[in-house]
Design a protein around this ligand. Structure first.
Ligand SMILES: NC(=O)c1ccc[n+]([C@@H]2O[C@H](COP(=O)([O-])OP(=O)(O)OC[C@H]3O[C@@H](n4cnc5c(N)ncnc54)[C@H](O)[C@@H]3O)[C@@H](O)[C@H]2O)c1
Length: 348
């Protein structure tokens, strides 16, 4: 299949592109390589891990129509807010599947720079939707299926656990979460109006090799290794459903490899949770990192942060029912893989 992955230099994007190329799909990846949420050097390393001959100098000089290629993977440095570029790429690309992962991720920063979150996550995603719509209304030969990243954060302060896709009474408590809910609403409307075959993926706290430096698994490991104080918010009472990246990728692949199925044939739209369905308290999470690194953490308790939710807990029965898949990786096993990568990456 020919597949477009946006956010290809991102954490999940790189793992997905790698898995798709290994399965002999033809993959086109785009990313703007920005350093808004964390350093772009890691994004460039991920592209090198995909086989591209790229460094920061080459990355900076790339224009949006200049392709870098290795085997079945082609990369363009492109921004989702470039509606003309995105329109042209999708119109001419003959993609059977489009996976939209590009977004500004992270809850806390979204309060500081909400305009940028709206631009990438809502307007940028809308450009992708609109370009796909044109293929559907013009009755093109190939009408791509759309998979897009939503987030467990759309469940907001929901107290009914585990979080189920059936629960529609949700209040988002961060700008980031609101942008992801807006994406779901826009995608539903377009699926309803233009019959675009669409699936939203609500990921739950993803961790693993090449993981994001702005997320707890990375920050905690780094501070523990460096012997620095570990600031634990909300007195460590938060629970998170940490999900190993390979499970996210297996989940996406099981959807791509299955025929399209939807709850309501009239609107070809569904959302699915992909999470470990085994939430862990923050203190236990720190203990797991201590065990893997064999270093004791120096914990400092802090109050709850704006936009943080108390818990995330995925009900994955819908994913199991439709695609016969459920994440299986145990936290300690996943953290070992993450730590192995972390040591290698920083040694080099
Ligand atoms: N990692 C998680 O725990 C998690 C949880 C829930 C949802 N998600 C969602 O999954 C997706 C992938 O997340 P990730 O963890 O890989 O994050 P990431 O930040 O590593 O990857 C996102 C990529 O998108 C790119 N990007 C951002 N704005 C762009 C734009 N306007 N144009 C082009 N590229 C742009 C970034 O440069 C980055 O490389 C995101 O949509 C995120 O919101 C992630």
């Amino acid at each position: 299949m020919k597949i477009l992955v946006t956010g290809a230099a991102g954490f999940i994007g790189m793992h997905l592109c790698k898995a798709l190329v290994a399965l002999n799909h033809q993959v086109v990846g785009i990313d703007n390589l920005s350093s808004i949420t964390y350093e772009s050097s890691l994004k460039i390393s991920r592209l090198r891990n995909l086989g591209l001959n790229i460094d920061s100098h080459i990355a900076q000089s790339l224009s949006s129509d200049q392709a870098l290629t290795c085997n079945n993977f082609t990369f363009y440095r492109m921004d989702l807010t470039d509606d003309v570029g995105i329109g042209r790429l999708i119109e001419n690309g003959e993609f059977e599947v489009i996976v939209n992962l590009a977004a500004l991720a992270g809850v806390r920063l979204s309060t500081a720079i909400p305009e940028q979150y709206l631009a990438s996550n809502v307007n940028g995603f809308f450009n992708v939707l609109n370009a796909i719509k044109n293929l559907y209304v013009n009755n093109n030969k190939i009408k791509p299926r759309l998979l897009f990243a939503s987030s467990s954060s759309v469940y907001g302060d929901c107290t009914k656990v585990p979080f189920s896709e059936d629960n529609t009474d949700l209040n988002q408590v961060s700008v980031y979460a609101a942008t992801k809910k807006m994406d779901e609403t826009l995608a539903y409307t377009y699926a309803s109006l233009f019959k675009i075959d669409t699936i939203g993926l609500r990921f739950f706290t993803v961790y693993g090799p090449y993981g994001r430096p702005d997320m707890a698994p990375f920050i905690f490991t780094k501070r523990i290794i460096e012997g620095k104080e570990l600031h634990i918010f909300n007195e460590g009472k938060q629970r998170r459903d940490y999900t190993y990246v390979d499970d996210i990728i297996k989940g996406i692949l099981s959807i791509i490899n299955s025929p399209s199925i939807h709850d309501h044939a009239a609107v070809p739209f569904d959302v699915f949770n992909i999470g470990n369905s085994d939430p862990v308290e923050l203190f236990d999470f720190v203990k797991a990192i201590e065990k893997v690194t064999n270093i004791k953490a120096n914990i400092v308790l802090e109050p709850k942060q704006l936009g943080d939710v108390d818990q995330t807990y995925a009900d994955v029965s819908k994913l199991q029912k439709y695609f016969n898949f459920k994440p299986e990786t145990k936290l300690e096993d996943g953290l070992k893989e993450f730590y192995k990568w972390y040591q290698d990456y920083y040694r080099n």
